[in-house]
Ligand binder design. Structure first.
Ligand code: PEP
Ligand code: MN
Length: 337
């Protein structure tokens, strides 16, 4: 149930509703909007429904939530969530580019890439230290050394960074270095990991599971939100379909649908969806057109020698060209860039 407060509700009215919910054994989650406050009630539905909410001071109405997810839904919060990563805002009308190598391989590779993507306009650097590889014999990432190199790149180029966390046991480690944590497609339904990233203070990027419906995806976000971390950015990265010509099928439709269903920002990863260098630019352009809040792009100074995902990495110069186009498209469509 969501309790919608009147515009003129006072802090005492809000505290009164919270106390009332706690009295009947429910958890109360308060969301303070620009215009009004809404309070999510979690617990025994029948007990919540017994309260004559419309008679409680400051309450406008009580709305049952029929969806399986609550706090990440538009019903709970009408305004777009804006997620802060270091000094960078994602969502709320801006178009943000995140770029960098798929994996940190060594200092030289990382610094060359970071310098180029920041010069081209990327606001957040990507680069993973833990890689989820299909084969256990493939390069698995540099571990903590990779995070240290990312921290060095942050100092040198003045941008925050995002890195993937694969295992609940590594959350504290990754969180101690990175400005934003990422849960990848393979772990979208790893509920232990989701809860763990929900209990640490850094914002989280949550990729869509490659076989997940939008509802399953938003429920995964709900696991994070429910633990107290509300700084979540969704990333559409393509899903598995019968089509095998591209690595995955980018589900463009997910963007307007998610915008209707949820207040969370949603970005597009044109690299992992198409899986091929020449698909990155067209898919990135589509991301602007469809109203996504940004893109995340793999870039590598020598893609042919890359240890991970070289086929889809852009050269720094290609990324710079793409950013020129993206910036003008975003401005035409009314984004701030
Ligand atoms: C990545 O972004 O490097 C990655 C592993 O992506 P995904 O989880 O979407 O496959
Ligand atoms: Mn990759």
């Amino acid at each position: 149930m969501i309790i919608v407060m009147r515009r003129e509700a006072t802090p005492a009215d809000i505290a009164g509703v919270v106390a009332r919910l706690e009295q009947i054994g429910c958890e109360a989650h308060v969301s303070q909007g620009q215009v009004r406050t809404v309070i999510g009630a979690i617990g025994d539905r029948a007990a919540v429904q017994m309260v004559p909410w419309e008679a409680v001071p400051g309450v406008e109405r009580a709305v049952p939530v029929l969806k399986t997810f609550k706090f990440v839904s538009r019903d709970f919060q009408d305004e777009d969530t804006i997620v802060k990563v270091g000094g960078v805002s994602i969502g709320g009308g801006s178009f943000t580019a995140i770029a960098g190598p798929c994996a940190v391989e060594d200092r030289e590779q990382l610094m060359r890439t970071a310098e180029a993507v920041v010069a081209a306009g990327a606001k957040v650097l990507r680069g993973d230290a833990f890689k989820p590889r299909t084969s256990p014999y493939s390069f698995q990432g540099l571990g903590e050394k990779g995070l240290q190199l990312m921290a060095e790149a942050r100092e040198t180029f003045g941008v925050p960074f995002v890195a993937e966390v694969l295992d609940a046991r590594d959350v504290e480690l990754v969180s101690s270095y990175a400005d934003m944590l990422r849960v990848g497609t393979r772990n979208m339904a790893n509920y232990t990991l989701l809860a763990e990233v929900g209990r640490q203070p850094k914002p989280v990027q949550l990729k869509r599971g490659f076989t997940a419906t939008l509802e399953e995806w938003l429920n995964a976000a709900e696991y994070i939100y429910k633990e107290g971390n509300h700084e979540i950015v969704l990333v559409e990265r393509g899903i598995r379909t019968f089509e095998t010509a591209a690595r995955n099928t980018l589900d463009i439709t997910a963007v307007p649908l998610i915008k209707r269903m949820s207040h969370l920002p949603i970005m597009i990863d044109p690299s992992h969806s198409g899986g091929k260098r020449d698909l990155v630019a067209p898919l990135a352009r589509a991301a602007v057109g469809v109203g996504a809040d940004g893109i995340m792009v793999d870039v590598h100074p020598a893609p042919d020698a890359a240890l991970v995902d070289g086929e889809q990495a852009l050269l720094p110069a290609e990324f710079a060209d793409l950013m020129v186009t993206i910036r003008s498209l975003a401005l035409v469509l009314g984004f701030t860039v």
